[in-house]
Design a protein around this ligand. Structure first.
Ligand SMILES: CCCCCCCCCCCCC/C=C/[C@@H](O)[C@H](COP(=O)(O)O)NC(=O)CCCCCCCCCCCCCCC
Ligand SMILES: Nc1ncnc2c1ncn2[C@@H]1O[C@H](COP(=O)(O)OP(=O)(O)O)[C@@H](O)[C@H]1O
Ligand SMILES: [Ca+2]
Length: 444
């Protein structure tokens, strides 16, 4: 293995010259013995390929770039090409014989990763009798590591944990058995489990952008740019109340320059003090009068909860450049109502070196839990939604019935690129619930 440019790895050959055949065979035996002692390396993998992710190249990428490397590394792989959405999730949840494998690999984008995440985490909780509907349940970590071969549209989870979206690099991280713990957020609505998230939970701008982009799937990855422009031009804001529990005991803060890198001290500190932290979070459970909780009501263009930097090729520093992969916190970014020009300036700072939090209308908090409640009760059932909202669909609090269409008073949450069915949600971070075949981004 050798490093090339920008976090990208390639295979390299090393040739040993040997004076005689006997010695050569001895070398081979010893090398194989030493390799078999490396217990971190997976020997057997379960691979799911989404043939329709990104530019629909998942199958080819796996067959041409990844399978030959697994073969050379003596890794056996059972491959499932998915036939429909949720195929991988449901297979993992109930059918897959997980005891046969050292890891699960997903070939696709963030949506496909999300399927694997839900399948695995749900399977482990079911096996251990943990009720996922309980927002304060202590979830059982997954022992199987997950590998991501990027073949999607954004591939933010791969980019933010490896530093590059490159199938060969990801395959090499899997082969050498790297391990990167990652926090997982659990999302509930009124004590009913909705979803898990590892990258972005976004309401307002990113929720609207994603909702619109789903109608343009045929465009491939370019759908996000078109929907981004459209959402930017519509310039909506949404009213609601956001309550959050600040991570006061956390080592870092969102505006320090301590970026999460391989062997991150902030995340390691979290690891060594994990038991202590559990006590603290026990004490700080929402005790209804809200001690320790901050409550803010306002008009927001965007509410973004970043559990990791959300770096991706579109924004190499990401939504929250100093967010950590495994510190048990997420960065809550509130963008209040502002002019189009100001919001554009803020967006632009995701792709240049200026600080995107240095605006009067933007604030950022490092938190362990948060709740969101839209201003108007969600009296309109999602099933009833149609183009012309019925009069009865308006809550009595709604100021002007004409303005009371679902589309303008509510946004939706995007959760790692999937739309949530409710706007009122409760979120809490589950520290280091999963591990990836990665090592974090290496310092250059
Ligand atoms: C002026 C340029 C502003 C660029 C701002 C870029 C910010 C990008 C932050 C992206 C965070 C991504 C977080 C991860 C999301 C993914 O999980 C999720 C699913 O991925 P999958 O399709 O692989 O399954 N992907 C997404 O939600 C897509 C996010 C795409 C963001 C594109 C933003 C484009 C904004 C364009 C604004 C245009 C303003 C133009 C004014 C003239
Ligand atoms: N065989 C399939 N047919 C249709 N949809 C699928 C299939 N396999 C997975 N999916 C779904 O496709 C969606 C997008 O997948 P993803 O790999 O994230 O690509 P992209 O990055 O382009 O969005 C996910 O929601 C996933 O559940
Ligand atoms: Ca985190």
């Amino acid at each position: 293995m050798m490093r090339t440019r920008q976090h990208q790895w390639r295979c390299s050959d090393v040739t040993f010259h040997c004076p005689n055949q006997g010695l050569c065979e001895q070398w081979i035996t010893v090398i194989n013995e030493q390799l078999s002692l490396l217990t971190n390396r997976p020997k057997s993998l379960l691979v799911y390929i989404n043939p329709y992710g990104g530019k629909q190249r998942g199958k080819r990428i796996y067959e041409q770039k990844v399978a030959p490397l697994f073969h050379r590394a003596c890794i056996s792989a059972d491959v499932i090409v998915t036939e429909h959405a949720n195929h991988a999730r449901d297979h993992l949840k109930t059918e897959a014989s997980l005891e046969k494998y050292d890891g699960v690999v997903c070939v696709g984008g963030d949506g496909m990763f999300s399927e694997i995440l839900h399948g695995l985490v749900t399977r482990v909780q079911t096996d251990h009798g943990v009720d996922q509907n309980q927002p304060d349940a202590e979830l059982v970590p997954c022992s199987l590591r997950i590998g991501i071969i990027p073949a999607g549209s954004t591939d933010c989870i791969c980019f933010a944990t490896v530093g590059v979206n490159d199938p060969v690099t990801s395959a090499l991280h899997i082969i050498i058995g790297d391990s990167q713990p990652v926090d997982v957020c659990s999302v509930h609505h009124k004590d009913i489990f909705l979803r898990y998230s590892v990258s972005l939970l976004g309401y307002g701008f990113y929720g609207d952008l994603l909702t619109d982009s789903e109608r343009k799937r045929w465009l491939g990855p370019a759908r996000y740019d078109l929907s981004g422009l459209k959402t930017f031009l519509s310039h909506n804001y949404y009213e609601g109340t956001i309550s959050f529990l600040p991570a006061e005991d956390a080592v870092g803060s969102p505006r320090d320059k301590l970026q999460c890198r391989s062997g991150c001290h902030v995340c390691q500190h979290k690891l060594s003090s994990k038991d202590k932290q559990w006590d603290i979070s026990e004490r700080e459970k929402p005790d209804k009068d809200g001690s320790g909780w901050n409550v803010m009501r306002g008009k927001f263009i965007a509410i973004n909860a970043a559990n990791m930097s959300c770096a991706c090729p579109r924004s190499p520093k990401g939504l929250s450049p100093s967010a950590h992969l495994a510190d048990g916190t997420l960065d809550l970014i509130l963008v209040r109502k502002c002019s189009r020009l100001d919001f554009f300036r803020h967006l632009l700072r995701h792709i240049n070196t200026d600080d995107q939090f240095d605006h009067s209308f933007v604030e950022v908090h490092r938190v362990r839990m948060f709740h969101f409640q839209p201003l108007y009760q969600e009296s309109i059932s999602l099933d009833d939604l149609n183009e012309t909202p019925k009069k009865t669909g308006c809550s009595p609090m709604c100021p002007a019935p004409t303005a009371c269409s679902y589309n303008t008073i509510y946004s939706s949450w995007t959760c790692d690129g999937e739309i949530l069915p409710h706007a009122a949600i409760q979120v809490s971070v589950q520290c280091q619930l999963i591990r990836l075949f990665a090592r974090g981004i290496e310092e250059q």
